[in-house]
Design a protein around this ligand. Structure first.
Ligand SMILES: *Cc1c(COP(=O)(O)O)cnc(C)c1O
Length: 359
């Protein structure tokens, strides 16, 4: 007997996640914020990280950090669950709803293309995944989504807005329609890129008991701290909290994230505004170069290149610029690249390299 047969069947369809290694002068592949923290902010982070009592377990209730998250993004402590990144919140939620096995296992509905962790996290916990293709403009097709929800009776519906990798959002009306259609499911609106978008889903969250929203500090300058937050009705959050590891957030992370939110918020806001300006400039230049750019509400652009994305990707890599290509998924993704908006210098380096690769 092979010992590997002890592992879940679903793992055979997975590969471990390894972001592209190697050294690149310009990394625009992971939707992180460009480097921006002031020297003063870095000193303060070092100070509070050093003060954290490393002999002791971290605060399992995340009291101080939850209060800081609540001040900036809203939410009372009992409406919030904090995770080691929103990846952990997705995992906790799916663990908490996973029931049955094989054909009778619970299921999840999401869109395609979207953030891969919904699928990966669901599959490794034995849930079924039904993915609904976005329409030709990379927007949600309500008709298809309704049919999928009726067919699958999902435990959870995941909608990233703005969506990764397309940068598109759902309107408030569409969000409400999804929440209404899936009223017997939990509906998660993942607002990982909310700080770059003009979007406010608070009325939908307040109006529908089944709606949860998620956010993260990863895309606004703190990817290394790993802090994500989920917000919803206290009775739902209480169940998700039971599936969480008690000491999931290291104390230095909690401390650094708290002072970033409480004391250095201005630096975050200024960076987001600058990234949005650069996003619009990049989109214009790329359009003039003959690429088709989907209007984006996030800190990246979804770009259709004239040549196959695999060739453009390799050409950019050879020039020290790393972006994300989806060509291995083929079909309508074969000419699509996702390019994170960086500093002005990084963006110019990308444009120069692209002009050389796709003249
Ligand atoms: C990057 C990303 C996340 C992951 O966030 P972490 O907090 O770093 O785990 C979640 N959702 C979407 C849509 C993302 O693009």
């Amino acid at each position: 007997m092979s010992l590997v047969s002890l592992f879940r069947d679903e793992l055979r369809e997975q590969t471990a996640y390894h972001p592209k290694a190697g050294s690149y002068a310009v990394r625009l592949d992971a939707n992180e914020a460009p480097p921006f923290w002031s020297e003063g902010a870095k000193r303060r982070f070092a100070e509070v990280a050093a003060e954290a009592a490393l002999e002791r377990y971290p605060d399992t209730r995340h009291a101080a950090l939850k209060a800081a998250v609540g001040r900036r993004f809203g939410g009372a402590p009992e409406e919030l669950s904090l995770g080691c990144g929103s990846d952990e919140l997705i995992a906790n939620l799916l663990l908490a709803v996973a029931r049955g096995s094989g054909r009778s296992a619970s299921s999840v509905v999401s869109l395609s293309p979207t953030f891969v962790m919904y699928r990966v996290s669901a599959r490794i916990r034995g849930l079924h995944v039904v993915e609904v293709p976005l329409d030709a403009g990379w927007n949600v097709s309500m008709q298809s989504l309704e049919r999928a929800i009726e067919y699958a009776h999902p435990a959870v519906v995941f909608v990233a807005t703005p969506n990764n990798p397309t940068g598109t959002t759902v309107s408030e009306d569409t969000a409400a329609a999804i929440a209404e259609t899936a009223r017997e499911s939990l509906v998660v609106f993942d607002e990982a890129y909310g700080m770059y978008a003009e979007q406010d889903l608070s009325r939908v969250r307040d109006g529908f008991a089944n709606v949860l929203t998620m956010g993260t500090l990863s895309k606004i300058g703190l990817a290394g701290a790993r802090v994500g937050f989920l917000r919803g009705r206290p009775e739902l959050v209480a169940e998700i909290e039971k599936a969480r590891q008690p000491y999931n957030l290291p104390s230095p992370s909690q401390a650094v994230a708290r002072v970033a939110l409480d004391e250095r918020w201005d630096e975050i806001v200024a960076t987001c505004a600058e990234v949005v300006r650069e996003r619009e400039r990049l989109a214009l230049v790329l359009g003039a170069m003959g690429c088709t750019v989907t209007p984006s509400q996030a800190n990246f652009l979804w770009v259709r290149t004239r040549r196959p994305a695999s060739e453009v990707f390799e050409g950019l890599s050879a020039r020290g610029v790393l972006v994300r290509s989806f060509h291995d998924r083929g079909g309508r993704l074969a000419n699509q690249l996702r390019v994170t908006v960086g500093t002005k210098a990084e963006n110019d380096a990308f444009l120069d390299a692209l002009a050389a690769v796709e003249p």
